[in-house]
Ligand binder design. Sequence first.
Ligand SMILES: [Mn+2]
Length: 263
Amino acid sequence: MNDIYPKSKLKLKTVFISDVHLGFPGCSANYLLDFLRRVECEKIYLVGDIIDFLYLRKRLYWPQAHNDVIRTLLGKAKHGTEVIYVPGNHDEPIRLHDNTVLGNVVIQNEIIHTTADGKRFLVMHGDQFDSVVKNSRLMALIGSKMYDMLLRANRIVSYVRYQLGLPYWSLAAAIKHKVKGAVNYISNFETAVSQMARQRNVDGMICGHIHRAEIRNIDDVIYCNCGDWVESCTALIENFDGSMEILNWTEQTSTVKQLQTAA
Ligand SMILES: [Mn+2]
């Protein structure tokens, strides 16, 4: 497998990442680090569930790579990249600090992003729609013991595949998309999000939360989801012409060793 971006920096206008879940053993911090070190951009939006306080409350898990992600982000913020943190439900305590600046990082519970070609997007994590979306079997799965086990199995599969030189493939994502009701949930979520865009009179929405990257027109609204760095290692990016794309980092690079020492 060849790297599409060998050595050279990947220059982008804006990067949106969500659902990193630092402090949770399922987080693919090494892939994210590789991405962050390679990318150069004007703005980074952290679209929630970046630090998994919900998991950290149960157990303290904080390997070096997770620390390095924070340091890399703070380093970028210090050296001219605008970093905006839009907290989610797993990093909810940060919501108390709406409109404040912390180590060059701006905290905003929601914010409007305007693209280079003038489109306006409302950026929010997306858990705000949980109460609207009734079929939440998928959300019950995410955060359950079974999901923890699934992600553990996922890491073993990834490691073996890596050793065999096979490309990254997510067991967890594959199973989740087969869970009864998951497909329903996702489409209900997308509908709720696009209704919000219409209410707020914006061209589109940028969110995370459901761990499934997507750019899709829903009627007259552009629905964008950043995906996650637990199962899929995806980022939403804005190019200099204002066009949006999903970047799947595991498809871009084969050089990173994903497995972290199991705790
Ligand atoms: Mn979430």
